[in-house]
Design a protein around this ligand. Structure first.
Ligand SMILES: Cc1cc2nc3c(=O)[nH]c(=O)nc-3n(C[C@H](O)[C@H](O)[C@H](O)COP(=O)(O)OP(=O)(O)OC[C@H]3O[C@@H](n4cnc5c(N)ncnc54)[C@H](O)[C@@H]3O)c2cc1C
Length: 413
């Protein structure tokens, strides 16, 4: 037996592990699994880390869960029975002893919903093995001891439903900062509650809900990253939500958002939307056509294309606005284009000043012909986002240019 570490945490020491691993009612298989993996007694009690064996193959493709405990922690394990998207698919909420876990698997959603058996600390940690399809949620007990059960099932516990059949679930987030982007648009940074762990997949949106003059108002917003930087791995480090929001003086929700103070609360739903990064595999040329705040889904998409898709040789953003001062994150876009040969941006203004020398007008056939390059052997994909009229017109024009349904995505509500 090779000892890989001079110092090993007590949890990877079999003797202490077995002594401290109090097994809950639903985890009766765990000792057998552990026993099967225990090699002959080592010369010392130090052993390399142990992984829990995956569940036996099951014809039923429905996810399942299991749990185990030590005297200080409770571990809930979900076996999704398929690979998990690395862009994130798990939402965990722990509040007042109630655990709600939702795993988004394509159009389906698996949910665990329990009132936990005893008091726990507010934090929760989630570890995902994407290729294995395993999600492990760890919660700390408030007092040491053995739990007889994990808890009481609540509504929709252990259900596997179509995502659209579940009502959005809102959490109270705190506004921690508001940064001006231009004369009418701000980035609102929202902090999730302590017991919430979740990630909004690239291109998906959330709903903000507020009560305005006794009426519930709900609007969709697409999270952006903290900035456009490709090297800083801010998406995985930072659990805060960044929403780039244009304030309409005659709007219902945005003037309310604009009046909020730092420390105020806002109700935010989990992710919604149909966009998936999967079609981008093998794509060589990615075209993004955005108008105004239709830029928001493109922001993280640009980062993902440059960071995670080596096959994408060229990502080109065609960004439509009325005037120069309306262009969102222009400096960052220009900097990214200057530093990456794989990214290009072109701005089109419908109402430019006389000094504007770049593209002007509205989207039309000749403009798209000029911008979209489809070299032999390339695999192209185009994404469109903006006001409905812009999106419909642009999608029609792209189809005229030979883009098939499979090569297009329109971000819509
Ligand atoms: C999937 C999806 C994602 C979205 N993501 C974002 C985002 O990331 N950032 C963002 O700022 N907005 C986004 N929106 C738009 C957002 O949901 C609201 O529609 C917008 O903030 C206006 O809300 P309001 O209540 O202030 O205005 P409303 O009361 O709904 O509208 C009042 C007036 O505002 C103007 N107005 C509102 N929306 C538009 C528009 N899109 N184009 C032109 N004029 C408009 C019109 O004059 C309208 O009459 C998204 C919409 C969808 C469907």
């Amino acid at each position: 037996m090779v000892i890989v570490c001079a110092q090993v945490h007590r949890w990877v020491n079999y003797e202490s592990m077995l002594k401290e691993c109090l097994v809950g009612r639903m985890a009766t298989k765990v000792p057998a699994a552990l026993k099967a993996m225990i090699p002959p007694p080592p010369p010392t009690s130090l052993l390399p880390p142990v992984s829990v064996a995956p569940p036996p193959p099951d014809k039923d493709s429905r996810p399942r869960y299991d749990w185990f405990q030590t005297d200080v922690t409770v571990h809930l394990v979900v076996y999704a029975k398929r690979k998990l998207p690395s862009s994130g698919c798990t939402q965990v909420d722990l509040e007042a002893g109630v655990l709600r876990l939702e795993v988004l698997l394509g159009k389906m959603s698996y949910m665990i919903h329990l009132r936990l058996a005893d008091e726990v600390e507010g934090n929760v940690s989630v570890h995902t093995s994407f290729s294995v399809g395993k999600i492990q949620v760890t919660i700390r007990k408030q007092t040491k001891g053995k739990w007889e059960s994990l808890g009481q099932p609540l509504e929709f516990h252990n259900t596997f439903l179509r995502k659209k059949d579940r009502a959005p679930f809102y959490r109270e987030c705190v506004l921690v900062s508001k940064t001006e982007v231009n004369h009418n648009t701000y980035v609102f940074r929202l902090q999730l509650p302590r017991g919430t762990v979740r990630h909004v997949p690239v291109g998906q949106h959330v709903y903000l809900k507020a009560n305005i003059q006794d009426t519930e108002v709900v609007r969709a917003y697409t999270p952006v990253g903290q900035n456009l930087s490709v090297s800083s791995n801010n998406s995985s480090q930072d659990s805060d939500l960044y929403l780039m929001i244009k304030v309409y003086p005659d709007g219902v929700l945005t003037p309310h958002l604009n009046s909020l103070h730092i420390g105020d609360h806002l109700c935010v739903s989990g992710p919604e939307g149909t966009f998936s990064l999967r079609p981008l595999r093998d794509v060589t040329h990615l075209y993004l056509l955005a108008a105004g705040t239709g830029f928001t889904p493109m922001a993280r998409l640009i980062q993902a294309a440059l960071q995670d898709f080596e096959s994408i040789r060229q990502t080109k953003l065609l960004f439509f606005n009325r005037r120069e001062e309306d262009i969102l994150w222009r400096c960052q876009l220009d900097e990214l284009a200057a530093n990456s040969e794989r990214f290009q941006v072109e701005y089109v203004l419908s109402d430019p000043s006389e000094s504007w020398t770049e593209k002007r007008g509205r989207v039309d056939e000749s403009m798209l012909k000029d911008v979209l390059d489809r070299p032999d052997g390339s695999k192209c994909y185009a994404c469109v986002c903006g006001p409905t009229a812009f999106t419909e017109l642009t999608i029609g024009l792209l189809k005229q240019q030979g883009f098939s349904e499979e090569e297009l995505h329109a971000f819509q509500g």
